[in-house]
Ligand binder design. Sequence first.
Ligand SMILES: *[C@@H]1O[C@H](CO)[C@@H](O)[C@H](O)[C@H]1NC(C)=O
Ligand SMILES: *[C@@H]1O[C@H](CO)[C@@H](O)[C@H](O)[C@H]1NC(C)=O
Ligand SMILES: *[C@@H]1O[C@H](CO)[C@@H](O)[C@H](O)[C@H]1NC(C)=O
Ligand SMILES: *[C@@H]1O[C@H](CO)[C@@H](O)[C@H](O)[C@H]1NC(C)=O
Ligand SMILES: *[C@@H]1O[C@H](CO)[C@@H](O)[C@H](O)[C@H]1NC(C)=O
Ligand SMILES: *[C@@H]1O[C@H](CO)[C@@H](O)[C@H](O)[C@H]1NC(C)=O
Length: 312
Amino acid sequence: MDFLACVCLLHLLFLATSRVAAQASSPARALDAMLQDHAYRAFVHPHTGIVYNATVPANLTGVALSAVRLRSGSLRRKGFSDYFDFTVPTGIVVQPYVERVVLVYHNIGNWSDHYYPLPGYTYLSPVLGLLLYDAANLSAVGLQELSFVASGSPISINFSDVRSVPAGGPAPRCVWFDLDGVPQFRDLEASNVCSTYRRGHFSIVVNSSAIPPGPVPSGNITPPIPTPTGRSKGSSKGWKIAVGVVGGVIALVLLASLVVCLARYKRDKKLELMEQNAETGETLRMAQVGRSQAPVALGTRTQPVIESEYVA
Ligand SMILES: *[C@@H]1O[C@H](CO)[C@@H](O)[C@H](O)[C@H]1NC(C)=O
Ligand SMILES: *[C@@H]1O[C@H](CO)[C@@H](O)[C@H](O)[C@H]1NC(C)=O
Ligand SMILES: *[C@@H]1O[C@H](CO)[C@@H](O)[C@H](O)[C@H]1NC(C)=O
Ligand SMILES: *[C@@H]1O[C@H](CO)[C@@H](O)[C@H](O)[C@H]1NC(C)=O
Ligand SMILES: *[C@@H]1O[C@H](CO)[C@@H](O)[C@H](O)[C@H]1NC(C)=O
Ligand SMILES: *[C@@H]1O[C@H](CO)[C@@H](O)[C@H](O)[C@H]1NC(C)=O
């Protein structure tokens, strides 16, 4: 039982660390951080409730980014409709509560395959993101996203830019990526409409087999080829080193606890075995007494350990 507990603990630790590592190191999360920074720069003298379009770095041309500052209370009471393809209903609860929030819109455009690769599927729409941040400091960088949940009706996403697929093939589906980047699939609410109760990135996809081969439209089918050139050298290297160091330390700790666990398990098992032997030894001896010391009793049990012990 002790051993099982150990295994469970280790399993959990592994899960936790792999999730953290995935979050910290994925290009999509680095993009989220960069877009948060650029979205906040669009707020020069911001008016609450006005949508500001932000500019993105030249190497991200094709990505659209906008932000709006809102009071949490107003977001909850009034919602925020027509935020590009998103319709945010009333009843949005911000977690943890802050007084003012920034609702950030991403349209990852032709970078969708690059940042949200999804083997076996083809995007029919650009990946759209809806993230929420604390508005307390509009100069802040590296902000953590806030959670929110639609406590009434869900947020609906009416995708305006959707490619059609030939009829008769597999049905298009909604895909949702939370911050951990794990895709989750849902059925469409209506043609081109998906819904969500939470933050994240969204799109409509179809099994790639539904797309007839031939001239590749807008480069969407080709899987992303990681190009070592176009990426940020310094920061991504820094990230990798940091993640590597943290990962190494965690791995060492895990290894050490595994060794300790195994040693403890072995010792416990040994103790258990000794106790068991002692017990069976006792019953044997009693049986022996019952049969008035007849040596035949030994032969009826085929337990070599006990036998030799008894003989010795
Ligand atoms: C913001 O960008 C969208 C397209 O992403 C455009 O339709 C809209 O007119 C822009 N708004 C302003 C104020 O520039
Ligand atoms: C997306 O399109 C822009 C031009 O609109 C281009 O500069 C950029 O390289 C494209 N990105 C990808 C990943 O193809
Ligand atoms: C796509 O469809 C093909 C054939 O219908 C199937 O073998 C494959 O598993 C599907 N892929 C996914 C990712 O669902
Ligand atoms: C806002 O964030 C910036 C950048 O992180 C920091 O330098 C500044 O001190 C912060 N301001 C406040 C009032 O916290
Ligand atoms: C989605 O948008 C289209 C037009 O862009 C509109 O005709 C349709 O009613 C909308 N659907 C929903 C569920 O809002
Ligand atoms: C774009 O350039 C910035 C520096 O200006 C860099 O941090 C970022 O990683 C680059 N992104 C891509 C996709 O090349």
